[in-house]
Design a protein around this ligand. Structure first.
Ligand SMILES: *[C@@H]1O[C@H](CO)[C@@H](O)[C@H](O)[C@H]1NC(C)=O
Ligand SMILES: *[C@@H]1O[C@H](CO)[C@@H](O)[C@H](O)[C@H]1NC(C)=O
Length: 154
Protein backbone atom coordinates (compact mmCIF):
# COMPACT_ATOMS: atom_id res chain seq x y z
CA UNK A 1 0.00 0.00 0.00
CA UNK A 2 1.32 3.44 -0.89
CA UNK A 3 1.94 5.88 1.92
CA UNK A 4 -0.55 8.76 1.70
CA UNK A 5 1.10 11.86 0.31
CA UNK A 6 -0.16 14.03 3.14
CA UNK A 7 1.76 11.88 5.60
CA UNK A 8 4.98 12.36 3.64
CA UNK A 9 4.39 16.11 3.58
CA UNK A 10 3.77 16.11 7.31
CA UNK A 11 6.97 14.17 7.91
CA UNK A 12 8.96 16.58 5.73
CA UNK A 13 7.46 19.57 7.48
CA UNK A 14 8.30 18.08 10.88
CA UNK A 15 11.82 17.33 9.73
CA UNK A 16 12.44 20.90 8.57
CA UNK A 17 10.87 22.38 11.68
CA UNK A 18 13.10 20.26 13.89
CA UNK A 19 16.27 20.91 11.94
CA UNK A 20 15.81 24.65 11.68
CA UNK A 21 15.02 24.80 15.41
CA UNK A 22 18.57 23.65 16.07
CA UNK A 23 20.76 26.78 16.42
CA UNK A 24 23.94 24.72 16.45
CA UNK A 25 26.41 26.09 13.85
CA UNK A 26 27.94 22.68 13.29
CA UNK A 27 25.08 20.30 12.50
CA UNK A 28 27.26 17.32 13.35
CA UNK A 29 27.69 18.42 16.95
CA UNK A 30 25.30 16.67 19.31
CA UNK A 31 23.66 17.69 22.54
CA UNK A 32 26.35 15.63 24.27
CA UNK A 33 28.94 18.10 22.95
CA UNK A 34 26.85 20.98 24.26
CA UNK A 35 26.55 19.32 27.65
CA UNK A 36 30.36 19.03 27.76
CA UNK A 37 30.66 22.75 27.09
CA UNK A 38 28.12 23.58 29.78
CA UNK A 39 30.30 21.67 32.22
CA UNK A 40 33.47 23.53 31.24
CA UNK A 41 34.99 21.06 28.78
CA UNK A 42 35.94 21.49 25.10
CA UNK A 43 33.84 19.64 22.50
CA UNK A 44 36.91 17.85 21.10
CA UNK A 45 36.82 15.34 23.93
CA UNK A 46 34.13 13.55 21.96
CA UNK A 47 34.30 12.52 18.31
CA UNK A 48 31.58 13.57 15.86
CA UNK A 49 29.90 10.18 15.65
CA UNK A 50 27.74 10.62 18.77
CA UNK A 51 24.30 9.06 18.49
CA UNK A 52 22.98 10.20 21.85
CA UNK A 53 23.63 10.36 25.54
CA UNK A 54 21.96 10.07 28.89
CA UNK A 55 22.84 12.10 31.98
CA UNK A 56 21.49 11.78 35.47
CA UNK A 57 21.62 15.38 36.67
CA UNK A 58 21.53 14.31 40.31
CA UNK A 59 24.46 11.90 40.28
CA UNK A 60 26.20 13.14 37.14
CA UNK A 61 26.26 9.57 35.78
CA UNK A 62 26.35 9.64 32.00
CA UNK A 63 26.52 7.30 29.04
CA UNK A 64 27.43 8.47 25.55
CA UNK A 65 26.55 6.20 22.65
CA UNK A 66 28.58 6.39 19.47
CA UNK A 67 27.56 4.88 16.16
CA UNK A 68 30.50 2.51 16.50
CA UNK A 69 33.90 2.34 18.12
CA UNK A 70 36.13 5.18 17.03
CA UNK A 71 39.81 5.79 16.40
CA UNK A 72 41.28 9.29 16.57
CA UNK A 73 44.64 11.02 16.64
CA UNK A 74 44.79 13.49 19.52
CA UNK A 75 46.79 16.70 19.27
CA UNK A 76 49.35 17.97 20.06
CA UNK A 77 51.48 14.83 20.40
CA UNK A 78 49.45 12.72 17.96
CA UNK A 79 48.53 10.05 20.45
CA UNK A 80 46.28 7.40 19.03
CA UNK A 81 43.04 7.17 20.99
CA UNK A 82 40.12 4.78 20.79
CA UNK A 83 36.56 5.30 21.94
CA UNK A 84 34.26 2.40 22.73
CA UNK A 85 30.80 2.41 21.25
CA UNK A 86 29.57 3.29 24.73
CA UNK A 87 31.49 5.69 26.99
CA UNK A 88 30.36 6.05 30.60
CA UNK A 89 31.37 8.06 33.65
CA UNK A 90 30.34 10.80 36.01
CA UNK A 91 30.21 14.36 34.78
CA UNK A 92 30.05 17.34 37.10
CA UNK A 93 31.25 20.92 36.66
CA UNK A 94 34.89 20.74 35.54
CA UNK A 95 35.31 17.07 36.38
CA UNK A 96 34.73 13.75 34.64
CA UNK A 97 35.29 10.74 36.91
CA UNK A 98 34.90 6.96 36.75
CA UNK A 99 35.44 7.24 33.02
CA UNK A 100 35.22 4.07 31.00
CA UNK A 101 35.58 3.65 27.26
CA UNK A 102 38.45 5.95 26.20
CA UNK A 103 41.94 4.57 25.73
CA UNK A 104 45.13 6.26 24.61
CA UNK A 105 48.28 4.70 23.21
CA UNK A 106 51.44 6.11 24.71
CA UNK A 107 54.82 4.66 25.61
CA UNK A 108 54.04 1.55 23.54
CA UNK A 109 51.03 0.69 25.64
CA UNK A 110 47.28 1.30 25.81
CA UNK A 111 46.09 3.31 28.81
CA UNK A 112 42.50 3.72 29.94
CA UNK A 113 41.68 7.32 30.73
CA UNK A 114 39.94 7.13 34.10
CA UNK A 115 39.20 10.81 34.62
CA UNK A 116 39.52 14.27 33.09
CA UNK A 117 39.68 17.52 35.04
CA UNK A 118 39.43 21.06 33.79
CA UNK A 119 42.15 23.20 35.34
CA UNK A 120 42.26 26.78 34.10
CA UNK A 121 43.29 26.67 30.44
CA UNK A 122 44.37 23.04 30.77
CA UNK A 123 42.85 19.62 30.85
CA UNK A 124 44.31 17.08 33.25
CA UNK A 125 43.95 13.51 32.00
CA UNK A 126 44.06 10.86 34.68
CA UNK A 127 45.21 7.29 34.18
CA UNK A 128 44.75 5.73 37.59
CA UNK A 129 47.07 7.67 39.88
CA UNK A 130 49.07 9.14 36.99
CA UNK A 131 48.07 12.32 35.19
CA UNK A 132 49.12 14.42 32.23
CA UNK A 133 48.21 18.03 31.50
CA UNK A 134 47.41 19.45 28.05
CA UNK A 135 46.14 22.85 26.90
CA UNK A 136 42.35 22.63 26.52
CA UNK A 137 42.52 24.55 23.22
CA UNK A 138 44.00 21.44 21.58
CA UNK A 139 40.54 19.93 21.94
CA UNK A 140 38.58 22.83 20.49
CA UNK A 141 37.32 20.82 17.54
CA UNK A 142 35.37 17.59 17.44
CA UNK A 143 36.92 15.13 14.97
CA UNK A 144 35.61 12.55 12.56
CA UNK A 145 36.67 9.02 13.41
CA UNK A 146 39.53 7.75 11.26
CA UNK A 147 38.23 4.23 10.83
CA UNK A 148 35.28 5.21 8.67
CA UNK A 149 34.73 7.04 5.39
CA UNK A 150 35.41 10.75 5.63
CA UNK A 151 32.92 13.36 4.52
CA UNK A 152 33.56 14.24 0.92
CA UNK A 153 35.45 17.50 0.70
CA UNK A 154 33.60 20.31 -1.01
C1 LIG B 1 19.97 9.50 39.50
O1 LIG B 1 20.90 9.41 40.55
C2 LIG B 1 20.33 9.44 41.82
C3 LIG B 1 21.45 9.54 42.85
O2 LIG B 1 22.41 8.52 42.66
C4 LIG B 1 19.45 8.21 42.00
O3 LIG B 1 18.85 8.23 43.28
C5 LIG B 1 18.37 8.20 40.94
O4 LIG B 1 17.63 7.03 41.00
C6 LIG B 1 19.00 8.32 39.55
N1 LIG B 1 17.96 8.51 38.55
C7 LIG B 1 17.85 7.74 37.48
C8 LIG B 1 16.76 8.09 36.54
O5 LIG B 1 18.61 6.80 37.27
C1 LIG C 1 41.02 25.49 17.17
O1 LIG C 1 42.37 25.80 17.38
C2 LIG C 1 43.16 25.81 16.20
C3 LIG C 1 44.60 26.00 16.60
O2 LIG C 1 44.73 26.85 17.70
C4 LIG C 1 42.64 26.93 15.30
O3 LIG C 1 43.38 26.94 14.10
C5 LIG C 1 41.17 26.65 14.99
O4 LIG C 1 40.63 27.71 14.20
C6 LIG C 1 40.37 26.51 16.27
N1 LIG C 1 39.01 26.10 15.93
C7 LIG C 1 37.95 26.55 16.59
C8 LIG C 1 36.63 26.00 16.14
O5 LIG C 1 38.01 27.36 17.49
Amino acid sequence: MAIPQSLILLALLLFFTLSTANPNPNPKLSSAHEELQHKGFPIGLLPLNVLGYTLNRTSGAFAVNLDGSCKLTLPPDNYLATYSERVTGKLVEGKIAELDGIRVRALFQWWSITGIRSSGDNLVFEVGVLSAKYPARNFNESQECENRPRRSSS
